[in-house]
Design a protein around this ligand. Structure first.
Ligand code: PMP
Length: 285
């Protein structure tokens, strides 16, 4: 289905929303992006996503040519112009057209793109039964090489991990960091529950600061659940009572098997189900 895509201030049919083959976003993955969701035509946590986008851009010294307020307005416009109620939105800012050399200073026209589309969801069955995942051999990017807090257009680290997961028949895969600690999954953050306490790796484990992760922490704390942001090992995962993942597309999804081991009793646990329902309601409220 043809969509109207926002590109550099204009809404154009998707076939006409193109960038140069010399754009460094294409040549080098030099750029940043965000994935958002709309519920009932309203974008969930738009300001937080825009903030993270501009922080990612700052971290790679990319000046986004429009203000954060303009970005919010353009996003809402892209959703409305496509008549999208429950959908997925992708914001992209590329470095722009340059030469075949690496030098980003020779790129002068960052491309600002917003795509509002329908969303492909995991099946209801997966939410009821829970996911099975593996730990991949691909470690998360070393923060001193490329900080996982930057949501950059270079997702090869995650893609290599995802390929290994898919080969093993898993739609998600757990990535450890360079210290062997639990980091996150290829496109989701991870949480464990042990003795009623919720645990998730801290930002300095080398993870993306997930917006769903923040929302789930808030929900848990409001419900009086203790939340610890602590470094975790594979051992902690294997002995956890419950495990779940969070992400914009997945929301909250239970994990019931990791590396061929049942987590808890091998079924989604009560804390997970409670937070899944609470997040579901929050996003749609
Ligand atoms: N980690 C990674 C690597 C991701 O790509 C995502 C999805 N953006 C997440 C975590 C979850 O973040 P969010 O809740 O903001 O979607």
């Amino acid at each position: 289905m043809s969509r109207l895509v926002y590109i550099n201030g204009e809404m154009v049919p998707s076939e006409q929303a193109t960038v140069s083959v010399f754009d460094h976003g294409l040549l080098y993955g030099d750029g940043v992006f965000e994935g958002l969701r709309s519920y009932n035509g309203k974008v969930f946590r738009l300001e937080q996503h825009v903030r993270r986008l501009y922080e990612s851009a700052r971290a790679i010294r990319l000046a986004i040519p429009i203000s954060t307020a303009e970005m919010c307005k353009a996003t809402n416009h892209a959703v409305a112009a496509n008549g999208i109620q429950d959908g997925y939105i992708r914001m992209i800012v590329t470095r722009g057209t340059g030469t075949l050399g690496l030098d980003p200073n020779r790129c002068s026209d960052p491309q600002v793109i917003i795509i509002a589309d329908s969303i492909a969801l995991y099946s209801e069955e997966l939410y009821e039964k829970g996911l099975e995942i593996i730990t991949t051999s691909v470690i998360r990017n070393h923060p001193a090489a490329l900080s996982p807090r930057i949501k950059s257009l270079n997702y090869l680290n995650n893609i290599l991990a995802k390929l290994e997961g898919l080969k093993a028949g898993c739609v998600e895969a757990l990535m450890l960091n360079h210290k062997g600690e639990v980091a996150e999954c290829t496109g989701d953050n991870i949480f464990l529950v042990r003795d009623g306490v919720l645990m998730t790796p801290p930002l300095d484990a080398g993870i993306l600061g997930g917006i769903t992760r923040d929302a789930v922490v808030e929900l848990a704390e409001t419900a009086g659940i203790e939340v610890l942001k602590v470094s975790l090992t594979k051992h902690d995962v294997y002995v956890a009572d419950e495990c779940f993942l969070t992400g914009t597309a997945a929301e909250v999804i239970p994990v019931v098997r990791v590396d061929d081991r049942d987590i808890g009793c091998g079924r989604p646990g009560p804390v997970t189900l409670n937070l899944k329902d609470q997040f579901h309601d929050l996003a749609r409220s």
